[in-house]
Ligand binder design. Structure first.
Ligand code: TYD
Length: 401
């Protein structure tokens, strides 16, 4: 097909078959669902890795169940980012900050003490309501050229625009960048945080592949994209959230811009590491995880062990559906998000219950579908007195803790 960054041709890396959108939890089991192909492909020219078939964002985000969880590791991460941005004088007492895909406003709340004003923009009406009620001003809209103009008229030009784990959630990044270049202050920063392709591939995180993740960014592919908009990466930070993410610090190209050494070092590492052999290995490891997890679950059920999944995550739904696990084998999924309770996971029909309910009658094994919060979830379960349930961790390879 066609690369949505540079319009060259692409080749398929991995075809995972068809699945429903990973965050489309259902009100009733066996409710009819729409299935869409899940095919990962790579550009033959610019290093872009993308999902071949994109679902319209309006369909994915108008009512959204993902709410940023309360998590010590995320709180720590927000404080780290606020510190980095303050040290680089990106956050100043007189400045305005706009966050795209701001969800319930948890990150903006961390930036609020350092700046004049924070504003969020998010397309999900139910999520905006939660954010506004909690005192983080949030506009309910998609971010594009048109909404950027509205924001500019209403609030002025921000010194910082942030897009955390949402920049890849749109089939057309050029449209978002037109909005960014229109809105951002001349000397301002655009900060994008995204799962990092190199980590995704090296850690066998095939479950990061779902319909919201329309791009799998690297330094090279981001450079190819930004060059078309008169912007460039001035620095990058590697952070541990979501299985290994990258933070791109981006500016409009201006004379005298200093580029951090990490940018070119990182890009060269990618040139060396992201070869066709690496992608072949990634595919082979993905198939091996599927085989081993299928076998593990069947073996445990054969000896009458009870299994629940932990974390009603988007990535978990890719994993369960790719491996072929359903409610007949695993009846419940434990999750801390109240809006997900009583709903059913797409395709697998596993019912979501609260952590309290899950821990009141714990299973023998939890399949950790929120493996990115492994240590804190296991610590939480043990702290609540459960020392018996074991954890099956699927990524980077199937292991039992
Ligand atoms: P996340 O890792 O953001 O996953 P994805 O992007 O794949 O959807 O979601 C974490 C999920 O795990 C979220 O639904 C809340 C849940 N969760 C718990 O149930 N308990 C916890 O202690 C934590 C940290 C998260």
């Amino acid at each position: 097909m066609t690369c949505r960054i540079c319009l060259s041709s692409t080749h398929v890396l991995l075809d995972m078959g068809e699945s429903p959108p990973a965050n489309s939890l259902k009100e009733a089991a066996n409710q009819p669902e729409d299935f869409y192909p899940l095919v990962l492909e790579r550009c033959n020219t610019c290093a872009n890795v993308q999902l071949r078939d994109c679902i319209a964002p309006e369909k994915l985000y108008s009512r959204y169940l993902y709410m940023t969880p309360d998590s010590p590791s995320l709180t720590q991460h927000y404080a780290f980012l606020a510190g980095e941005l303050t040290d680089r004088a990106v956050l100043r007492s007189g400045s305005l900050v706009v966050e795209i895909g701001s969800n319930t406003g948890k990150f903006l709340r961390h930036l609020q003490p350092f700046v004049r004003k924070v504003v969020g923009i998010d397309p999900a009406a139910n999520i905006c309501e939660v954010a506004n009620q909690s005192g983080i001003e949030t506009i309910c809209d998609f971010f594009n050229d048109t909404s950027a103009e509205v924001l500019k008229e209403r609030f002025g030009r921000p010194a910082l625009i942030v897009a955390r784990h949402c920049f890849a959630h749109n089939p057309d990044p050029h449209e978002m960048l037109r909005g960014v270049t229109r809105l951002l202050d001349g000397d301002g920063y655009f900060v994008v945080e995204n799962a990092y392709l190199l980590n995704t591939v090296e850690n066998n995180e095939f479950d990061q592949i779902y319909h919201e993740h329309m791009f799998y960014y690297s330094i090279r592919s981001m450079q190819a994209l930004l060059a078309q908009h008169g912007m460039h990466i001035v620095d990058v930070l590697m952070v541990p959230v979501h299985g290994g993410s990258i933070v791109f610090l981006i500016k409009k190209i201006a004379p005298g811009d200093q580029l951090g050494a990490a940018v070119e070092e990182g890009a060269r590492r990618e040139d060396h590491a992201l070869t066709p052999e690496t992608f072949n290995r990634f595919v082979a490891n993905t198939l091996e995880i599927r085989r081993r997890l299928r076998e593990k679950v069947s073996d445990l059920l054969g000896t009458r062990q009870r299994i629940y999944t932990y974390g009603a995550t988007a990535k978990g739904n890719t994993l369960l559906n790719f491996v072929g696990i359903s409610a007949a084998e695993i009846p419940f999924c434990v999750d801390s998000t109240p809006a997900k309770h009583g709903r059913y996971l797409p395709k697998s029909n596993i019912k979501v219950i609260s952590e309290e309910e899950g821990l009141a009658s714990p299973p023998d094994y939890f399949l950790l579908t929120a493996w990115n919060y492994r240590d804190e979830i296991i610590a939480k379960v043990r702290r609540r007195g459960n020392v018996r349930s074991k954890f099956i961790v699927p990524i980077p390879s199937v292991s039992v803790l």
